[in-house]
Design a protein around this ligand. Structure first.
Ligand code: ADQ
Length: 471
C-alpha cells in the first residue's frame, strides 16, 4: 500500500508524449478543464493520477509532473481496439447518447473492458493510502468503483459520468447491464451532469435490482450511495483572460477581414462526432441558402471539426458524409475565392480558438445529445464585448445552465433554421442582455466550483487540503 491521499482515475493521463527529432520523449500537459480543476487538489495532497499514456504497449515508469504523480497503465493494441474503440466508443457511447447512431456489441469487447477496468482497479488499490479519496472519471471505467470497493472497502470512492446516462429502456439493451450497474454502485457518490441522468440511474436501481431509492440516495448492502447532478464547467477566468488579450482581438479582426467582412459568421467547433449534430447544422445552413433566407458572402459558416476516434467505423463514415456535404454546399453556393463553408479538420491552440469565438456572430452548438458541451460555455466566456449570439441545442446539458441562449431542437430542422435566423437578426440590445446574464452565471459557476461541490458531497471535509488547497 502506498501513501496517495487523493487519486484521480481516468482513461487518459492529463499529458501527451512529445518525441523530438532525436527520439527523446517529454510530456506536455494536455489542455482541458478537468486537469485545470483537479491540479491544485492533486498538488496539495501529493495526489496521483492513474491513466493510460496514449500509446500501445508497456507503460512508461511513473513520473512527476507539476507536483502530481502520474501513474501510467498499460494498454495493448488489442485492448485499445476492444476496450476503448470497441466497448467504450462503439457500444457505450452511442447507447448513452440516446442511440442517435446504432450501437454495436461484440462479446470479445466486453471481456477486454472487464480486464482493463480490473487493471485500473488493481493499480489504484495498490497506490491508495488508508482512507484515501479516489475520484474515478467516465464511461470507460464504470466497473472500477465496484472492483475497487471489493479490494479496498476503506476508501472514499467517487465516480463522475461526463456523458448522459440513458433512460431505463435504453440501458436495458446493454449486455452485462447488471455488472455495469453494480460497478457504479461501488461508489459512495455517483455524479452526473444533469438531474435527469441521476434520476435515470436511481430508477434503474429499482428496475434492475429492486432497490428503493429515497431522494438522492439508495441503500446498497449497508452503505448509502448518493446519485446527484454536478454540472461541469470551464475555467471562466482563464477563458476571459485569453479572450481579452490584444493578440486575440487582433486575430479576430483579421479573421473577419479574411472572410470579406461578412454580416454574419456562423461558427461550429466540435470533435468530429455524430452526437454533435454537425450534419443537421450543415443541412440547416444549406436550406437557408436554398430558401434565400441567407446569402453568401453576407453569411458564411466556419466549421472546425477536431479529428476524433479515427479508427472507429462510424467516425470514418461520418467524416465522409460531412465532407461530402461541405463540398456540395460550396459547389452550389460558393463563389470564386468565397466558399460558403470554411471547413477545418484540425486542432487549434486556445488563442486561435478564442479568436474564432470572438469573430463569430452566431455560435451554433447543435448536438443531438451531449452530456454538457464546454464549447458553448467557452464561447460565452470569450464574448468580451457581449456581442455574439449562442444557438444551443436543448439536448446539450449546457442548456440547463445557459438559459438565455437561443434554444433549439436539432431534431426539428425547421426549428433549427428559425433559430439560426432569429439569432442572426436579433437586436444588439437583446444579444447583449442574454450574453451578460450567461457570463455572470459562468463567473460564479466555474470548473473549480464544480470540483469543490463534488468533493464536498463526497465527504471530503471542508478544511482538509483536498477540499481547498489554495487556502
Ligand atoms: P466532448 O465530447 O469532447 O466532452 P466538449 O464538452 O464540447 O465535448 O469539449 C470539447 C473540448 O475540446 C472543448 O474544451 C473545446 O475547446 C476543445 N476543442 C474542440 N475543438 C477543438 C479544436 N479544433 N482545437 C482545439 N480544441 C478544441 C465530453 C462530453 C461533454 C462534456 C465534457 C466534459 O461529451 O458533454 O461537456 O466531456 O465533461
Amino acid at each position: 500500500m502506498s501513501n496517495a491521499q487523493f487519486i484521480v482515475v481516468a482513461n487518459r493521463l492529463p499529458v501527451d508524449a512529445v518525441v523530438d527529432a532525436e527520439g527523446n520523449r517529454t510530456w506536455r500537459r494536455s489542455p482541458g478543464g478537468l486537469v485545470t480543476a483537479l491540479e491544485p487538489v492533486l498538488q496539495a495532497n501529493r495526489g496521483t493520477w492513474i491513466g493510460w499514456a496514449g500509446t500501445a504497449g508497456a507503460a512508461p515508469e511513473p513520473f512527476e509532473s507539476d507536483g502530481v504523480t502520474l501513474l501510467p497503465v498499460e494498454l495493448s493494441e488489442n485492448e485499445i481496439f476492444r476496450y476503448y474503440e470497441g466497448f467504450s466508443n462503439a457500444s457505450l457511447w452511442p447507447l448513452y447518447h440516446d442511440a442517435v447512431e446504432p450501437r454495436v456489441f461484440r462479446r470479445s469487447w466486453w471481456k477486454s473492458y472487464y480486464e482493463v477496468n480490473e487493471r485500473f482497479a488493481e493499480v489504484c488499490a495498490r497506490e491508495a493510502a488508508p482512507g484515501a479519496v479516489v475520484w474515478i472519471q467516465d464511461y470507460q471505467l464504470q466497473l472500477v468503483p465496484g472492483m475497487l470497493r471489493e479490494r479496498r472497502p476503506d476508501l472514499r470512492i467517487g465516480f463522475f459520468l461526463h456523458i448522459p446516462f440513458p433512460p431505463v429502456e435504453l440501458f436495458m439493451q446493454l449486455p452485462h447491464r447488471m455488472e455495469i450497474l453494480k460497478g457504479l454502485l461501488g461508489a459512495d457518490l455517483v455524479g452526473f451532469q444533469r438531474p435527469l441522468a441521476a434520476q435515470n440511474f436511481l430508477a434503474l436501481t429499482r428496475h434492475l435490482l429492486g432497490y428503493r431509492p429515497r431522494g438522492h440516495y439508495v441503500t446498497v448492502d449497508d452503505r448509502l450511495v448518493r446519485a446527484d447532478a454536478f454540472p461541469i464547467s470551464i475555467d471562466t477566468a482563464a477563458n476571459e483572460e485569453v479572450a481579452g488579450t490584444e493578440r486575440v482581438r487582433q486575430r479576430a479582426k483579421e479573421i473577419r477581414a479574411e472572410l470579406g467582412e461578412p454580416e454574419t459568421i456562423f461558427l461550429g467547433v466540435d470533435r468530429l462526432d455524430y452526437t454533435k449534430g454537425i450534419e443537421v447544422r450543415l443541412k440547416a445552413f444549406r436550406e437557408l441558402l436554398e430558401d434565400g433566407r441567407l446569402e453568401v458572402p453576407k453569411a458564411v459558416m466556419i466549421q472546425v471539426a477536431t479529428p476524433s476516434r479515427e479508427r472507429v467505423d462510424q467516425y470514418v463514415a461520418l467524416r465522409e458524409r460531412v465532407e461530402r456535404e461541405v463540398g456540395r454546399i460550396n459547389g452550389e453556393y460558393g463563389q470564386v475565392g468565397l466558399p460558403a463553408v470554411h471547413y477545418l479538420h484540425q486542432s487549434f491552440d486556445r488563442y486561435e480558438l478564442a479568436a474564432l469565438y470572438q469573430a463569430a456572430d452566431v455560435m451554433a452548438v447543435t448536438p443531438l445529445r451531449d452530456g454538457m458541451n464546454l464549447v458553448a460555455k467557452e464561447y460565452v466566456a470569450s464574448q468580451a464585448d457581449n456581442r455574439g449570439a449562442l444557438v444551443l441545442s436543448e439536448f446539450a446539458g449546457a442548456a440547463g445552465d445557459l438559459r438565455q441562449a437561443f434554444l433549439v431542437n436539432p431534431h426539428d430542422l425547421t426549428d433549427l433554421k428559425d433559430g439560426f435566423v432569429t439569432a442572426a437578426t436579433a437586436s444588439a440590445d437583446d444579444k447583449m442582455k442574454r450574453m451578460r446574464a450567461m457570463r455572470r452565471y459562468l463567473r460564479k459557476h466555474d470548473v473549480s466550483r464544480w470540483a469543490r461541490s463534488f468533493l464536498t458531497a463526497l465527504g471530503v471535509p471542508e478544511r482538509s487540503a483536498a477540499y481547498n488547497p489554495g487556502s
